[in-house]
Design a protein around this ligand. Structure first.
Ligand code: EPZ
Length: 420
């Protein structure tokens, strides 16, 4: 099995460029299905989930090829409207292809998306929204048979501001007749990026970033070039790495506006965070302080995706920090692994109480999920001795090259690949 070997105790110094955003590019790749013409995605991250999306696109008949960090996709000709069960299971966000296939083909056939290590992740809001736009969807033994010869725009009020449901309905709305209004829409920066991409290709979408997104459907979309936004969770990970190990890092291209909930906490803990158009700088000297309670919430609240990496940064803080995870039922699986490294964390339901310890020590640990895996690396940077982080397939879903980036920041980190 591949593993990362990290020797902690060395402050980070240096600069890294932040990769393109996973959670932005996945719905954008689904959106390419709406476009007749070539799309060129700049700063497209090379990740397991992106490769899975490419396999889905190719299975539908699209052309997709890499040119460096640019991904070219051409969906001018589609040969299929179904996604196989094995492709659907590869990643949870495969469900966002549903709205796009329906908009383009008027029908779709796929299975329920893959199970998830974060706990139950229903898609009821996706399906209810698509039905409201006129899709007939039959769920049959885990298979979704969808027919929508005429999608019609209307207002859809989401019971909760789901990121994926907002994206799915934006894509379906592009293929609907008339205006689709999504109320209580998710406001994440990735929703704004999807809107910008669609509009760059000729769509008429407004309101992303607010609770109401309006899509004027029926526009013919054309190809174009689009730069994917920088990944705010990767940036949050490296900020937390600097807080954990100490030192001074510069994250080129990171956008401070997307990260204010995270940087506010780091500043409260004693880090100096500054930013300009080029990126974000974080300086951390000495032991950091515990933070006021962290409650995860939809954007602009504290991101659930940064909960684990922040927790890892606070393991040696002076004092106690309380975390409340409000998005997912099972997002503390990293805790057991962090405890192996000497962390003092008590979990009760959705609350985790982290009491800073003097020392962490290296251990053999396993990634339990994507961000939890990154958190183990953040903690390892501050631990005495060597930490072996295994089960890297989770990290590879969302980080282009964690070893390269932390190595560029001066960490002692080596990746051992599994023997074939
Ligand atoms: C997106 O997942 C992200 N994934 C997740 O990132 C992120 O943790 C999450 O948003 C929250 O910010 C991608 O963008 C690919 P949701 P998504 O629908 O869209 C409930 C990472 O580490 N809900 O906003 O699946 C749901 O159970 C990942 O990069 C329903 O009840 O999240 C959850 O409690 C993991 N019914 C809440 O809404 C639905 O139909 C928010 O989920 C849909 C969601």
């Amino acid at each position: 099995m591949s593993q990362l070997l990290i020797r902690g105790g060395r402050p980070l110094e240096g600069e890294v460029s932040i990769q393109g955003s996973k959670n932005s590019v996945l719905p954008i790749l689904a959106a390419t299905l709406l476009i007749r013409g070539q799309v060129e995605l700049e700063r497209c991250p090379r990740l397991r989930d992106v490769e899975a999306s490419i396999r889905i696109l190719r299975s539908l008949g699209c052309e997709a090829r890499w040119e460096g960090d640019r991904l070219m996709v051409d969906a001018s000709v589609l040969g299929d409207w179904s996604i196989s069960d094995s492709l659907m299971r590869e990643m949870r966000s495969s469900v966002v292809f549903l709205g796009a296939i329906l908009a383009r083909c008027g029908k779709a056939l796929c299975s329920m998306p893959g199970g998830c290590e974060l706990g139950p992740r229903p898609i009821d809001l996706h399906l209810a929204g698509l039905r409201a736009l006129g899709a007939e969807i039959v769920e049959d033994g885990g298979v979704l048979r969808c027919e929508a010869p005429h999608l019609r725009g209307r207002e859809i009020v989401l019971a909760t501001p789901s990121v994926g449901a907002t994206e799915n309905l934006m894509l379906a709305g592009c293929g609907a007749e008339g205006e689709t209004v999504i109320s209580n829409a998710a406001r994440e920066p990735e929703i704004v990026d999807l809107q910008e991409f669609l509009n760059a290709c000729g769509a008429e979408v407004r309101g992303a970033g607010t609770g109401t997104v309006r899509i004027a459907g029926g526009k013919a979309l054309h190809g174009g070039t689009y730069p994917v936004m920088p990944d705010r969770i990767v940036a949050a990970t490296y900020l937390c790495a600097a807080a954990s190990a100490g030192g001074e890092v510069f994250l080129r291209d990171a956008r401070s506006a997307d990260l204010s909930a995270v940087t506010a906490v780091l500043e409260e803990c004693g880090c100096a965070v500054t930013s300009d158009n080029a990126g974000i700088r974080c300086v951390s000297r000495g032991r950091i302080r515990a933070a006021s309670p962290i409650r995860t919430a939809p954007y602009p609240g504290f991101p659930t995706d940064a909960q684990a990496v922040l927790m890892a940064a606070l393991l040696r803080a002076n004092g106690t920090t309380i975390f409340e995870e409000n998005l997912f039922e099972n997002r503390y699986r990293h805790v057991e692994e962090l405890v192996r490294m000497g962390a003092d964390i008590r979990v009760s339901g959705r609350v985790a109480v982290v009491t800073g310890v003097e020392r962490l020590h290296g251990a053999a640990v396993e990634c339990t999920d994507l961000r939890g895996g990154a958190a183990l690396c953040v903690a390892a940077l501050a631990a005495e001795g060597e930490t072996r982080v295994g089960n890297l397939r989770h990290i590879d879903r969302g980080y282009e090259d964690l070893r390269r980036d932390l190595g560029n920041l001066g960490a002692e980190i080596v990746r051992e690949e599994a023997r074939a």
